[in-house]
Structures are given as C-alpha cells and as structure tokens.
Design a protein around this ligand. Sequence first.
Ligand SMILES: [Zn+2]
Ligand SMILES: [Zn+2]
Length: 357
Amino acid sequence: MAISDADTLRGLRYPWGPQAAPEPGEPFRVAEGVWWLRFPMPISLDHINLWLLEDGDGWTIIDTCLDLPESRALWEGLCGGFMAGKPVHRVICTHLHPDHVGLAGWLTGRFDCELWMTREEFLMCHTLADDTGKPAPEVAIRFYRAAGYDERALENYRARFGGFGRNISPLPESFRRMVEGETLQIDGRYWQVVVGQGHSPEHAALYCPALKLLIAGDQVLPRITPNVSVFPTEPNGDPLREWLLSSARIRERLPDNVLVLPAHQAPFYGLHVRLTQIIDSHERELVKLYEHLEEPRRAVDCSRVMFRRELENDTLAMATGETLAHLNCLIGRRMIRRERDTAGVDWYSRNPQAMEF
Ligand SMILES: [Zn+2]
Ligand SMILES: [Zn+2]
C-alpha cells in the first residue's frame, strides 16, 4: 500500500493511515499469521482492536472486548466464519480493563482453553469484579472527600460504585501466568512478554522480533495518553512514577523499527518518538501543577487546571485519579507536600525544603 504524506502525523507513520480500521467482524491481515479485529463499543472510547493469531491447527486470541450481546455476536460470527470452526488454543489478555478482559471468561469456557495473563492483572481483576453490587466502602468516601469532592459528587460516586464487573463475563478461577521477559511460542514464532506499570498493575505487551511487531495493548497508544490514576485501594501509590519508568524502559529495550499494534486507534511506526511524547507530556503536566501550587490547593482545584473544564461523574472520577497520580508523583519527588485539614480535606503546597533534594 502506498504511503502518502498524510499518513505521517506528529512524527508517527501509519502504514494504513491514522483513521484506518477494519469493518467489525472482518479481520485485516497486518503480518503473516496476524489479523487485526476491530470491535465497536458503546462508550466514549468507541472501539477496541483485538488480535487473532494463527496458531497451529487453531488460534490464539489477544484481548476480547466488553461482554455485550453485540460483541458476543461478533465472536460467534467469526468462530463460524473466518476462524473456520478451528479451536482457540488460548486467550491472552494484556490487562484487566473491562474492554480487554470482558469476554475472556466466556471465550475460555466456550473453547475449554486457558486464560493467559500476568498475576497482578488476574488477581486485581477478580478483586475489582467482586465489588460489583456492593456498597461503596467508607475508606473510598474518605478518599474522595480528601480530594475535595462535595456531597453531590460523593453521592454520585456511591451510586456508580461497583460498575467494574458489569461488562465482564465471570473470569475463570485459574489461569496461566505470564511473566516479564518470558518468551511464548505462537505458531513457531517467539513473542516476548514486555511488562509495563502505571496504567494497570502489570500490563503485558507482546513483542515478536521475527515479525517486528509489538502488540501494545494500552501501553503505547498513538494519539491518546492512557489513563494513569490513583484509586482509593492505594491512596499513596505512585503509578505515574511507574508509568514514566516503564515507558523509558520499553524505549530502551525495544527497537524503534517495530510496527506498533495498539488496542485503540491505528497501527503505527515510531515507537520511540511516541514514548518520548508520552513521557514529555506528563513532565509538562508536573511542571504546570507545581506552578499552580504557589498557594495551597485541593486535588479538585488542580483537576480544573489540568483538564481546563468543569468535570462531573465519570470524567470527574477519571480526572481526579489522574490529578492525584501527578500530585503523588510530585510528593515522591519531594517537590510538594500534603496536609489534611480538620474537615478531612487534603491541601497540597510547595515544599520549602524541595531544594535540599
Ligand atoms: Zn486499559
Ligand atoms: Zn483499552
């Protein structure tokens, strides 16, 4: 396929164009034995890319989409059509988010095959799915009150709590663990497990040196910066630090000439450029936040600066988590500090001792 100038955007080159997408249910061949599937989703991120790999007399599936009647119907159509009734030997999930793991339980049950995941993703996914139907815990309310939520926002949080498991078919009770650096063999080719942290606890991307491909999951997306958030389960976590370290490590470890197959948007070349852009954009946000803290502020005040708009419901929760990730990172670097007032609200301010570090 000819490559025109229009296919190069912000330093990335898209071999099939930045807006390329196969029709739902119609696999597109990206390399020998590797097929690109596009499934629609009825949420603001309106699609996911899944990967179907030829594997001996059957298939390996990578990521699965939300558990919705439409996505089950698409899989049914593929099983009876393109996949020619051949067995699925394994289902690999890059990470625990519902768009990736939603139909893993259903597919592994249907084909009586193993689910391959990293351990932290598997265990955390079970934990989060178990929250479904339970009331919001008091520590979580305290966490969002500390961030500066008013009573209305807290009430919204209570009402929405436990949504994680709603679009996930029950996960199997056992799994095949994938480990950082491990080499899988799929259809006679080697694929290395490349773990990254920050967007999720132990995200697995897969790198095939022979095909020069990286199945990237959400670890490297071309035009979206993946969400990196602090949650009430680990209020003092520093996922942004992990994310920045992971991004730098992947840039160092993998060659630049791989075709990146992301879970959202279109395949692209320019892995190193993209990782640098992602790192730089977070570093710019950190500087902006630090400058904003010339006087003490709450997390919700900082969110308005980072996201430049009023936020509510899902976008508020996402923005709060992301803001806290940046604030915790600045605390970890000893540039700012946090103090809780008598109402249980956290105030962030510059650390006068910062220069001592
Ligand atoms: Zn994700
Ligand atoms: Zn995703």
